[in-house]
Design a binder for this molecule. Sequence first.
Ligand SMILES: [Zn+2]
Ligand SMILES: [Zn+2]
Length: 245
Amino acid sequence: MINKVSGCLFDSIAELIAPDRCRDCGLPTEENLMGICRTCLAKVRGLGTPQCQKCGIPLINSAGEGHTCGACIRNPPKWDKAISVVSYDKPVTGLLHRLKYNADTTVLPALKTIVEPFRKSLELSFDLVIPVPLHIERLRKRGLNQAVYLAELLFPDRPEIIEPSLLRRTRKTAPQTGLDGIERRKNLRGAFMIDDRYTISGKQVCVVDDVFTTGTTLNECSRVLRRAGAESIYVITVARVAINH
Ligand SMILES: [Zn+2]
Ligand SMILES: [Zn+2]
């Protein structure tokens, strides 16, 4: 806890003293590369093509476009399409970790630099953008929900459609690590609720999170939104683990 707090404080002070330092390696950045140096930015990897048209996992080259991976055929996701900006590797892993667990918002300019080319190429329009919610106790402990900040990075021109209160995490769930597919789904059943002040029916929605790992949490959010009548559901994560679990 002490480490977490002091780390965060140190980062904030470092940012005040040297706002032009790379948030990964600490070296000076160029003016046009906000928050990340050219060397660290060059390490950021895309996911490549072709990808599964449902979950975005990279497929072997010979598969061509428009294919669905085995996992999505066996258990069709409740979303229409999941898109990830980059592969979940360094330096993105470190930047996202600091945002999520240290509430270190000084990494946001670096993440903005990384998502910006993707954001500009995104030719989709949504009625609602929904960050995956944290349980209130976890939110209090961490100090922020990273998904809300990332939604703001991805949709900076449409703050009015970002709805962090639309989905609510109704109960605390055990960590997903070490659980198999069935256990993961069971663990999350009924964990999300829609605030009934919102109308979902007929809406084109986009669910945002930091990392696509197994997709179970995103699928459970999508299930609830689908049941409430969402017309289309996209999932956008900043990073994706490039193998299916
Ligand atoms: Zn760097
Ligand atoms: Zn798939």
